[in-house]
Design a protein around this ligand. Sequence first.
Ligand code: PLP
Length: 367
Amino acid sequence: MKDTQLAQISLTKDVTGAIANPIYLSTAYQHPHLGQSTGYDYTRTKNPTRSAFEESFAKLEGGIASFATSSGMAAVQLICNLFQPGDEILVAFDLYGGTFRLFDFYEKQYGIKFKYVDFLNYQEVVDSITPNTKALFIEPISNPQMIEIDVEPYYILSQKHHLLTIIDNTFLTPYLSTPLEEGADIVLHSATKYIGGHNDVLAGVVTVKDEALAEQLGQLHNMIGATLSPIDSYLLQRGLKTLHLRIERSEANAKKLAERCKVSNAIDEVLYSGKTGMLSLRLNKDFSVAKFLENLEICIFAESLGGTETFITFPYTQTHVDMPDEEKDKRGIDEYLIRLSIGIEDYNDIESDILRALENSKVGVIS
Ligand SMILES: *Cc1c(COP(=O)(O)O)cnc(C)c1O
């Protein structure tokens, strides 16, 4: 059913019978009479192309409303605005570097407290709850360690303490999991990644299932103004049409590569959750990451994920560069850790490129 929903996601009820959604660039909408509106007034508040994406996405997630934002970080920021000085949020320890940086800023600037907790240790989370705790913020597959957190018990815990459970589901996408249906209150994505899927749109999306929360977020979304443009909204819907095919292929490729890398003497550690196309590798200290990256011919050394092409990222100087060394250390982010977003290319091409690049990147060997 989900495959059908995705494949036909942009079918419109347009009078023309258009199969693809029209892109409404108009920023203003004519009013029929005083006190009347077509439902559209000004594009920051509401735009038909953005609404088409948001409505179809909310359905995919099992929510009642989605808010498309100008980036994944704008989605995180939108959510941050629900909180007040003194509020505490418990954050799963291993998370996206940009989110860590934004939380640090909000703590210093606005006095919202972000407490980093190990969500693999249920008791530690329980013990960290205080009367000021308002929310839990979790990336169910941690980045770059790729550890899957069992989120189920936290939905129950949240209910008991009246906390909001916020899930950054960027890695899993609604194709692999729909946290709102399992008990989460807010789900966000960097839609720049798997949802857009083609490395050509920067976007985020926040989805909720509760009326009051939808109302509050809708007001903030319009007030802050980090809303998604019509063209980008169109591109996201277009990306969604093939989400299932792209995820299935990149996951199948990643599974094979994880198995192959386990028996490579150039790799000390394979970090893979068994889901998605995301995996991290820790190179053996006899190998140089710099040389490895230079030797790649098919896989691309670039800083993003979830696209059709295989990307390799070096978290130490890229995604997590603003994290203090001591924090990086705790998360195992060192000079030998690389993160791979496996694409939808022919598996054999990916494998041979990586193995060949590794062979030629031994320290002291001139390649
Ligand atoms: C990329 C990413 C973000 C930030 O999204 P942008 O679209 O780059 O602003 C947030 N969370 C996760 C897990 C990400 O991978």
